[in-house]
Design a protein around this ligand. Structure first.
Ligand SMILES: [Zn+2]
Length: 201
């Protein structure tokens, strides 16, 4: 079933390029472009986890859909920090921040996820491990896309230069394969997470 994995990987690039094209359309209002931009993040998250799960058999369809939807939700929800930093519900305020909001820092969430993952690994909390993989995929897919504009924010060292466009597309296509390899390497490939498990966490 290699072609499913191939198509899922290609869908990441297609969604990213179509979304990036849509946000440049001048006949769309600034607010609509902001919504399209956020939807693009969410859809890239969806395609990223779709790619992670395509070559893993025996995952019930409901679990597969739930995990994919969760990754898309996380990838989209990261931008809510614009509103939190602006202390406003208005898109205009959220867009006009003088500095990058906190969830757009790459180093701190990755360090936190790694720390919690180590605890979950030691104590065999496989559901927490799975949730952290989904969260990591969502955060990195979002940050890689944003890095084309402003680079990666690596606190306390500052920001990297913006990522070249082609590198951003390739990095987002490679991300689910790296995550899948890491899941396999840590021996957690057979474990998925259901909605009821997340609610009971
Ligand atoms: Zn963002």
């Amino acid at each position: 079933m290699w072609y499913r994995n191939f198509l899922a990987t290609v869908s990441i690039a297609l969604v990213a390029m179509l979304g990036d094209l849509a946000v440049t359309l001048s006949f769309l209002s600034v607010n609509v472009r902001s919504v399209v931009d956020n939807l693009t993040h969410g859809l890239i998250g969806v395609c990223t986890w779709l790619t992670v799960t395509t070559q893993v058999p025996n995952i019930p369809i409901s679990t597969r859909l739930w995990e994919i939807g969760l990754c898309g939700f996380f990838a989209s929800a990261i931008d809510l920090d614009h509103f939190a930093s602006a202390k406003s519900f208005w898109l205009q305020d959220a867009r006009n921040l003088s500095s990058r909001p906190f969830l757009h820092c790459t180093s701190i969430p990755v360090a936190l996820i790694t720390s919690i993952y180590l605890l979950a690994y030691i104590w065999h909390w496989s559901s927490v491990q799975r949730l952290l993989w989904i969260l990591l995929a969502a955060i990195l897919s979002h940050h890689i896309r944003d890095a084309t504009r402003r680079g990666f924010w690596i606190f306390p060292f500052g920001s990297t230069p913006p990522l070249p466009y082609s590198l951003y597309i390739v990095a987002n296509m490679a991300l689910p394969h790296v995550i899948k390899a890491l899941i396999w390497y840590t021996g957690n490939s057979g474990k998925t997470i259901s909605l009821s498990e997340v609610i009971s966490l």
